[in-house]
Design a protein around this ligand. Structure first.
Ligand code: ADP
Length: 300
């Protein structure tokens, strides 16, 4: 089973002609509300592929929290572990201008109240999980507790987004660490490593800092994987597609990778499937709405 530990946000989107200056009010389009947050996105992406998936997250006792849980259940995610209360559901306040550029304010809300004690209280879930997937939209101490809560033999998939300095024990627990180009540069930077080198070298460079394996996603360029158990870095090209909206591509990729690793596939094999899932997700608008089923990415 796959356990996703992470964030759940309501994305509140309004189109505007231009952004208001300080003290100014502008009128926008009708409000559109989408379920989002990297944890919620990954859980939906995995369940849609057919993975047995549970989400450990915290939402508020409010309409946004109920919307998020409904979208999880509709995809087949077990929402039994979702905790309710303590703060309003996390939201992202998003304005989109006519050129398509976003301005975003995130209020973490209940996500910031997912505590290490919540992780410890979820012990039986960890015993049942072959794979645990976590991101950084919840407190770092909660991520660190998640790494400590792993049962023997359970793999931890960590996507350090938004990027932050990772404690050495968390980095060492990653199998794999999954980063995009921006996150790779950031982490290599704080590790004092020259990230100016070519992306082909990043997976190996990150591997030298402690994770058991590393995946670097390269957008249309696919992904690179490196594994401490052997084999040089491998490049998995992404299928060529007409990209419509890349929102959620990384979440779809990571969910697919985690599911296939849980089935016992090798890292490169799982990543070869995940690049196809990421590519399928960019051919449709939105995040959760864009995630494909396993049939839709069946081998050509
Ligand atoms: P993130 O969304 O976290 O920034 P990436 O942009 O690297 O991550 O995308 C994750 C994966 O999604 C890639 O490895 C690739 O498989 C797929 N993908 C993203 N953008 C494209 C694209 N333009 N064409 C094809 N595949 C893409």
């Amino acid at each position: 089973d796959l356990l996703v530990v992470g964030s759940a946000n309501a994305d509140l989107v309004v189109g505007v002609e231009r952004r208001p200056a300080p003290g100014e009010t502008v009128l926008g389009s009708d409000l559109v509300v989408h379920p989002g947050g990297k944890g919620a996105n990954q859980a939906v992406a995995a369940a849609r592929l057919g993975a047995r998936t549970a989400l450990l997250a915290r939402v508020g006792d409010d309409a946004h929290g109920r919307l998020l849980c409904e979208s999880q259940r509709a995809a087949g995610v077990d929402t039994g572990p979702v905790l309710v209360g303590g703060a309003p559901t996390g939201v992202a306040l998003i304005t989109v201008d006519p050129s398509g550029d976003n301005s975003i304010v995130v209020s973490p809300g209940a996500n910031a109240r997912l505590t290490p004690a919540d992780i410890r209280a979820a012990g039986p879930l960890f015993a049942a999980a072959r794979i645990v997937s976590v991101q950084l939209e919840i407190p770092l101490e909660t991520v660190a507790e998640t790494a400590r809560a792993l049962a023997p033999g359970t793999r931890l998939v960590l996507n350090p987004s938004p990027p932050a300095p990772l404690p050495a024990d968390v980095l060492a627990a990653c199998d794999p660490l999954v980063v995009n180009e921006h996150e790779a540069r950031y982490i290599l930077g704080i590790l004092g490593q020259d990230a100016g080198s070519a992306p082909q070298d990043w997976a190996g460079a990150l591997l030298a800092h402690g994770p058991r394996s590393v995946v670097v996603t390269l957008g249309a360029g696919g992904a690179l994987v490196a594994d401490s158990r052997g084999g040089g870095p491998v490049h998995l090209p992404s299928p060529k597609v007409d990209a419509v909206d890349t929102t959620g591509a990384g979440d779809a990729f990571t969910a697919a990778l985690a599911w296939r690793l849980g089935l016992g596939e090798e890292l490169a094999e799982a990543a070869a499937f995940a690049v196809r899932v990421g590519a399928a997700a960019v051919t449709r608008q939105g995040a959760q709405a864009s995630f494909p089923t396993a049939q839709e990415v069946a081998a050509p």
